[in-house]
Design a protein around this ligand. Structure first.
Ligand code: KG4
Ligand code: ZN
Length: 348
């Protein structure tokens, strides 16, 4: 028997993503991003994102089908991000997916975006070990998860107390005069800088903090420290060493994220760490994770950068895993949930 063909739709933020998978084989990953329309505002504008999803939805579905060489009628099941994310943006994806499900007479899963970020790794590295620890770092979330079963049992160990990791990258980029979204620019600048040039603070790492917030992270103190540093240098008439600031800031973020993630693996007795979300595209995070996981005998799984940022393939990957495990589908009247908790993988 051939494996099921699953189409996934993602619209939680500014990417309209439509992915098609057969089992764990990726057939198409079509993405239309509205990121350029938000650049001049320095952040994603929800209403602009929703309108862009509306305009891009049908062409992106068509592009995905053409790339995969399949017809919509061939699809066995649909999956769509039901949350968390921007309310209006989520609605466009969910309404589109429901229309397809109804028109084609196929089952549908309304799924959790965070679980999809974890599950996408199956498209490149095979089935996830159970349990795994997942570190999700993007513009909207920073979470450390214990994942016994990505289709129905995901436990949050920690999260950010303030900014998400990607948000911190974007804000620091702005302070340094780099374009939006700042992560890739900070990454590039950091490659030319000295990560030990400035000793920026590591949030929630003191013994006292660890008692209460062992697996939580915080980036607002770091972000403020960078802004103060730049301000002081500018006032003193010194040229701001953008590359050194970027490298030192990035080092602080990467150090804290990985110390917490590895502590989670060791303390929970879990031998696999999966990293996902847009910040998982960061070159320094990937390099330090490789080194530290090897030191602690932890298997590291990171999808290729294109699958780390928001896309439809990740939603299709989770849909496919739900089908493979025979999990119950969603009712056609399920709603979106902009603050959907990770303890819920599928809305029913
Ligand atoms: O997962 P994603 O595409 O969307 C959200 O769900 O937020 O992540 C986007 C975030 C942005 O904050 C962006 O600056 C960051 O990921 N990002 C990076 C890199 N590439 C993207 N941050 C650090 N280094 C990168 N190379
Ligand atoms: Zn995301």
């Amino acid at each position: 028997m051939t494996e099921p063909l699953v189409l996934g739709i993602e619209t939680s933020c500014d990417e309209t993503g439509v992915g098609i998978v057969r089992g764990t084989t990726l057939l198409a990953d079509a993405v239309a991003s509205s990121v350029d329309s938000h650049a001049r505002y320095g952040g994603v504008v929800p209403e602009i994102a929703s309108r862009a999803h509306l305009e891009s939805m049908i062409p992106t579905i068509e592009r995905a089908c053409a790339t995969a060489g399949v017809r919509l009628e061939d699809v066995d099941a649909l999956a769509v991000t039901a949350g968390p994310g921007l309310a209006g943006a989520l609605l466009v994806g969910v309404a589109s997916a429901k229309a397809l499900a109804l028109g084609l007479g196929k089952p549908i899963y309304g799924v959790n975006h965070l679980a999809a970020h974890v599950c996408v790794d199956q498209l490149e590295h095979g089935l996830l070990e159970q349990p795994s620890i997942a570190l999700l770092v993007s513009g909207g979330h920073s979470s450390l998860l214990l994942v016994p079963d990505v289709t129905e049992d995901v436990v949050q160990l920690g999260q950010t107390m303030d900014d998400a990791a990607g948000e911190a990258f974007d804000k620091v980029a702005r302070v340094l005069g780099l374009p939006f979204p700042g992560g890739p620019y900070v990454d590039a600048a950091a490659q030319l800088g000295d990560p030990t040039a400035i000793d920026f603070p590591r949030g929630l790492m003191t013994a006292k903090d660890l008692e209460k917030h062992r697996f939580d992270v915080s980036f607002s103190g770091l972000k403020t420290a960078v802004a103060r540093w730049v301000e002081r240098e500018t006032k003193a008439g010194n040229a701001v060493m953008v590359n050194d600031v970027a490298a030192s800031f990035q080092e602080a973020v990467v150090d804290v994220l990985l110390r917490k993630a590895i502590d989670a693996c060791l303390s929970q007795g879990v031998g696999t760490l999966v990293i996902g979300g847009g910040v998982a595209a960061n070159s320094r995070l990937r390099a330090v994770a490789t080194q530290r996981c090897a030191e602690h005998d932890i298997t590291l799984r990171i999808p290729s950068p294109k699958l780390c940022t928001d896309n439809g393939a990740m939603v299709a990957a989770l849909g496919s895993e739900l089908v493979r495990r025979g999990r119950e589908t969603s009712q056609l009247d399920f709603g979106t949930d902009s603050s959907m908790n990770i303890s819920k993988v599928v809305v029913r």
